[in-house]
Ligand binder design. Structure first.
Ligand code: SF4
Length: 74
C-alpha cells in the first residue's frame, strides 16, 4: 500500500489504518501509533485477517496492536 488513497480504497478497517493515513498526510504520530501504522503496513492492511502476529523475531512483536496479551511472547 503506497498512498493515502490506496489505503482508503482497499485497506481494511483495523488498528493502524487511520494512523498510517495520518502519517502519510504529514501528521506526527506517537510511538504506539507509529507501531500500529507499521504493523498495518507490514500485514498489507490485514488482508489475511486480523490476528496476533506470529513473527516473534520482529522487534515490534511485543507491541503488535492485536497481540494476545494473555499468551505473552509467542
Ligand atoms: S510485529 Fe508483526 S506485523 Fe508488526 S511489524 Fe513486526 S512482523 Fe510486521
Amino acid at each position: 500500500m503506497s498512498s493515502v488513497n490506496g489505503i482508503r480504497k482497499s485497506g481494511k478497517k483495523a488498528k493502524g489504518r487511520a494512523e498510517l493515513q495520518r502519517y502519510r498526510q504529514g501528521k506526527r504520530l506517537t510511538r504506539q501509533e507509529s507501531i500500529a501504522a507499521h504493523c498495518y503496513d507490514c500485514t498489507g492492511g490485514y488482508v489475511d485477517g486480523i490476528e496476533p502476529c506470529q513473527n516473534a523475531d520482529c522487534a515490534l512483536h511485543p507491541y503488535h496492536p492485536y497481540q494476545d496479551r494473555k499468551k505473552g511472547r509467542l
